[in-house]
Design a protein around this ligand. Structure first.
Ligand SMILES: [Cu+2]
Length: 454
């Protein structure tokens, strides 16, 4: 009977378990989302909360010297429409702004800075007492009650009833003890505010998002600011895809490169409407550019979206001289001459010194792992949840790879990468220091396995 009760309890606990949530703010887990806003790379942090109504703490970490870029915050409960506002100053070590939330469940965080607005949906979750706790305390309470009853009945000399009550007390204690032993192996219950579990989860998961990538204007001029826009549609319903999970601390990671690789930006577009992601960019040279977007739909998996666009030769029409100064003020972006002689300051967050990574083997072979090691200055700090990022593009742009240094920050970054085919690859290592994101470009020539064997 006890076994049956335990089984029932286990089934209930499993049934109530919440599916892996996408944008949840819980007591134990902060929500971190990288955003490219007002030309700056920032990570918005919503600190986990343990009680509602209560304060929600929001901060904006800057990875570039932004000298107190103000970011407007508005937290709105989707259920009752109540909204509260505040302003956070983006900084390397930010002050957290407190916003009071009245309830759990779906919320939206609206961010505004430099004329740009993003809306990040998230859920406030608060832990409920678990089924296990209920059984432990319930069992012990029942046992105590029955024991007292047993003693009283015994005192009034009714041995039959006393025995029955004592047996009940023993059962209560046993349930409590069993739950104490087995509870750690059971999944936790759904917290307050969790999304209702899908009644019929699609077999095999949701389809990949159909992505349409365009620039606004359609053909931006060199030096002109433009918007790179991703519209994501679910092909099976025709509806916008608005269920991207936060992976590596972003809704989407977008890498924009010029065909020759001299232009490189790794940015995190803003969700400006359901299914729409946008990021503002500027490129100083005419030519063909490539955009690669890494994104991940809930219950679908990761996907890579690739698209090309053209930058026209005519300079941005009326913004002319002003554009230059705007680019200069773009959050201390610096580009080194080593990026193939590029002189635009907006192209790369910051170029490392002359980059000479150590390769092992020195002549990488297609299909075999290559170790790429790079010395870095002291004070590297995690960015997007990792110490270092390596992005690799084939020369024609058909291939894009992305791996990480997972270790703790030290004096070097070490990556292992298997180049898929022989040829020349463009590579960029990225890491964050105290006040900037360093981008170190280099090229790698990969030989075929047979050639290497000769
Ligand atoms: Cu990214």
């Amino acid at each position: 009977m006890i076994v049956r009760a335990l089984c029932l309890a286990a089934v209930l606990v499993v049934a109530l378990a919440v599916p892996a949530g996408a944008h949840n703010v819980t007591a134990g887990a902060d929500l971190r989302i990288a955003q490219t806003i007002a030309g700056a790379e920032v990570t918005v942090v919503i600190k986990g909360t343990s009680r509602v109504p209560g304060p929600l703490r929001i901060g904006v970490i800057a990875y570039q010297p932004v000298s107190g870029l103000p970011v407007g915050l508005e937290v709105r409960s989707v259920e009752d429409g109540r909204a509260l506002t505040g302003t956070a100053q983006a900084a390397a070590d930010p002050q957290y702004v407190q916003v009071r939330v009245e309830r759990t469940g779906p919320h939206e965080l609206k961010l505004s800075a430099g004329g740009e607005v993003a809306v990040v949906p998230f859920r406030v979750l608060v832990e409920r007492g678990s089924m296990g706790d209920f059984l432990i305390y319930g069992g012990l309470f029942l046992a105590a009650l029955l024991l007292v009853g047993g003693l009283l009945t015994g005192a009034t000399a009714r041995p039959g009833r006393a025995m029955a009550l004592a047996a009940g007390a023993a059962a209560g204690v046993t349930v409590a003890a069993m739950v104490i032993v087995f509870e750690p192996q059971l999944p936790p219950p759904a917290p307050d505010g969790a999304a209702p579990a899908a009644a019929t989860p699609a077999a095999g998961g949701r389809p990949y998002a159909q992505a349409r990538v365009e620039t606004v204007p359609a053909r931006p001029g060199a030096g002109e600011e433009f918007t790179l826009r991703l519209d994501l549609i679910d092909g099976s319903t025709g509806r916008p895809v608005d269920d991207l999970t936060v992976h590596h601390e972003a809704l989407a990671h977008v890498v924009v490169t010029s065909e020759d690789g001299r232009y490189f930006r790794h940015v995190h577009p803003l969700r400006t409407a359901p299914g729409r992601l946008e990021v503002r960019l500027r490129a100083d040279r005419a030519g063909r550019y490539l955009a690669h977007a890494e994104l991940e739909r809930e219950d679908s998996g990761g996907q890579l979206v690739a698209a090309g666009f053209e930058i026209g030769s005519e300079a941005g029409s009326e913004i002319g001289g002003e554009a230059g100064s705007e680019v200069d003020s773009e959050v201390g972006s610096e580009v080194g001459d080593e990026v193939g002689g590029e002189t635009s300051r907006a192209d790369v967050a910051e170029a490392g010194g002359a980059v000479v990574p150590r390769l092992q083997p020195a002549a990488p072979v297609a299909g075999r792992p290559t170790t790429i090691e790079l010395d870095v200055p002291a004070g590297v700090r995690p960015w997007l949840g990792m110490t270092g990022h390596l992005l690799v593009r084939s020369q024609d742009g058909a291939f894009l790879g992305h791996v990480h240094e997972m270790g703790t920050p030290g004096s070097r970054l070490r990556f292992t990468f298997s180049f898929p085919a022989p040829g020349r690859y463009l590579a960029w290592v990225q890491y964050a220091t105290g006040d900037r994101i360093v981008t170190a470009p280099f090229t790698v020539d990969v030989t075929a396995a047979a050639e290497a064997g000769r």
